[in-house]
Design a binder for this molecule. Sequence first.
Ligand code: ADP
Ligand code: ZN
Ligand code: ZN
Length: 861
Amino acid sequence: MYAKVIVDVPAKQTNHAFDYFVPEPMRDWVAVGSRVGVPFGPRKLQGFVVELDTQVDYDPSKVKPLTEVMDLYPPLTPDLVELAHWISQTYVCHEVTALQAMIPGALKAKYERHVKVADGGAEGVEIEMQADGQHKMLLPEQLEIIEYVRGKGTVEIGALLHKFAAAGGAVKQLIVEGMLHEVQMIKDRMSAKKVLTVIPPEQPDMLWEWAEQLPARAAKQKQVLSYLAQHPVPIKLSELLHEVGVSATTVKSLAEKGWLSIAEVEVFRDPYAERTFRRTEPLPLMPAQQAVFARIEQAVTGNTRQVFLLHGVTGSGKTEVYLQSIQTCLDEGREAIVLVPEISLTPQMVERFKGRFGDQVAVLHSRLSHGERYDEWRKIMLKQVSVVIGARSAIFAPFTRIGLIIIDEEHESSYKQEESPKYHARDVAIARAGQHQSVVVLGSATPSLESMKRTLRGKASTQQLFDMNHIQTAAAARLPDTAVRSSIDSLNVPFELLSMPTRVEGRPLPPVHIVDMREELRTGNRSMFSRPLYKAIEERLHKKEQTVLLLNRRGYSTFVMCRTCGYVAECPHCDISLTYHQSSHAIRCHYCGYAERQLTTCPSCSSEHIRHFGTGTQRVEEELNKLFPGIRVIRMDVDTTREKGAHEKWLTMFRNRQADVLLGTQMVAKGLDFPHVTLVGAIAADTVLNLPDFRAAERTFQLLTQVAGRAGRHDLPGEVYVQTYAPEHYSILTASKHDYHGFMEKEMTLRQLHEYPPFYRLILLTLSHEQLPLLMRTAEALAARLKELAAEVPTIPIEILGPVASPIARIKDRYRFQCMIKYRGDTAISGLVQQALTLLQDVERQHKLTISVDVDPQMLM
Ligand code: ADP
Ligand code: ZN
Ligand code: ZN
């Protein structure tokens, strides 16, 4: 047996599979997706098995053996291994980088796997084990193994396999059958967690008798006994106390009588263990929800890949549709993945899913500790759950029968990973759906133009405007090898548009007032609050209703400037201005971490008129306190939510009406559903509009629509104030009228006119090096090579722009140059990029030049 292994060295020379021989004891263990140890020259490396074969087509004596199999269960499924290959081809990255991105960080930490003899299992020599109700004798070598392990207490698996080299299969069998237990001996925070657990007696009926024996004044103890008699299963002590409403002393005194026992039991760390989730039943659907659900239900039971784009206004009840669709999927015996933006993974969202599906749900997000994340991931691996809700990387959940993938807020740019592998979760989802024949639902109140355009394809009325169908697969086929292994077919599926245009129960969308800040300034108001917004807040304070205030962080200045000469403090290592941090009185670079003390005089002209512009939200908070003495403000931004659990804490306080105003950045715009919020204010609605990014208008529209959607979601009607210096801008006008279609049509026309996505696609290549001349020469050579290659595929219009200096021309003392490839087509032309890059291999290696490739970039800064 031979294994093809991708080794863990992200370099061009090692970016293909190497052959290894699988020694006898490992044969039953190794599988596609296993992590293995391999000799590599003089070194020992880790790698992933991507294929198994019975032969190699050269002298087999030259093939070296694997040195170890690292996991009991392969951490990746074969379809994920296939997907990694596809990602490496599509997004031009090393295959091992894609493989590594799919497994939880905790697995990469150092840890050892040990086994011990299972409790109550294998007693004595005449052990029998049950299989299919029949008694079966253990094989002699299995008995030998058990005795060996028993003698040692616990044994590291590698050592065990070494000792019983000829009986690898027997060891595995014992583990699979539960005779040997796996014990994780993981270094650092990874050791298993234990909790106090109450264990009822072997004959729970006795509990009733004992309860009788107790005197009447021991009512609490009686309650505990009768609870356990009715629920005779082990229960966490904390849970029992909560359920019965007694103190720990009560339970302990029962344990002292020997009527029950309290023991430390290993548990999966459950980040939501402290919370109980009220079970919810499916709601009767509104007509629009019903129509949408019926389509999804039909597709889920139909077992073919299908992609839906669900456009539902804020408050239209998308979540309930997701929940019922997932139920259908589970009824089909299949699994569901739900992706939400990191920022929406609030307790509120998790509660909705846990409330409906209970323990069936695993939650994955970056705020979990390594250990918690690992445990959630293991629940997926061991099939203890069938629903995963998580941020971007949850798309790699190791499920094997995926029936449904939901991506909520599909327009969010956080679905694109900004470091290698620079994948977009939406496209990966469609690829996975192709492997599993599953349904994808992309939900949003403001679908991205990319997704919207794919719903329009092929329709006669829009054919002329969105003339896109001329790219032939045949032409793409002539490109250098972008072929993918088997089941991932083209992503080029049209989307079906579903819509829910009204809020549930006919609640109105809130009226939006645009406030022209230029007018405010002309009439003498220099505050950051316009008069109408000021009055509206005052009114809410009076009525004891709540307000959400949004300050867009991106594009908001936090820099240091001299008012005399205009000097702006910049990082000496990066071409970017330094950011002022009020709390530490320092100015910092966000790219390299460089910091210096805040300035008192201008380094350029020595003037004392140097201004530090604090973070936007801090300034707003100060001003609120000045304008409305005694106002209770919760500020949520990167500074106040850094600590674990902070996010949840603030939101719970706001929900409990311990504050009048929730002030924050983007984080307050997403997914929150608070009944007493009747006012929403966007303080500087247009800060993003001025960024040099062709998506600026779209981002502004999306953000305003989202934040406006927070108002008046329940019985109390709401209203929205949008303050802006660009009141006539179409993105602000259309957002104020809740007019998604008006915005989309205007924006589509502009994008087509200016040849931007979704009509054209982009690939951004960024090169960086310490020496400018070498960098420029290389960038020129790359552009020339790209042009040559592009000329070889005349059927696809490809334009090479640049090289030019990047918008941030230097980071950490490395200069940056970029080339942009702009082309029309449905097939990513990654193969062409890969081919051009081979030209640079030598410079890359010799001079430590870095090249990063971003296919369909979301950030152009
Ligand atoms: P969206 O995600 O589309 O913004 P939500 O899913 O948050 O909307 O739903 C808005 C509110 O409407 C929630 O409070 C939800 O519980 C409620 N809701 C959803 N569907 C129904 C229904 N069929 N009947 C009654 N209330 C519903
Ligand atoms: Zn100056
Ligand atoms: Zn810097």
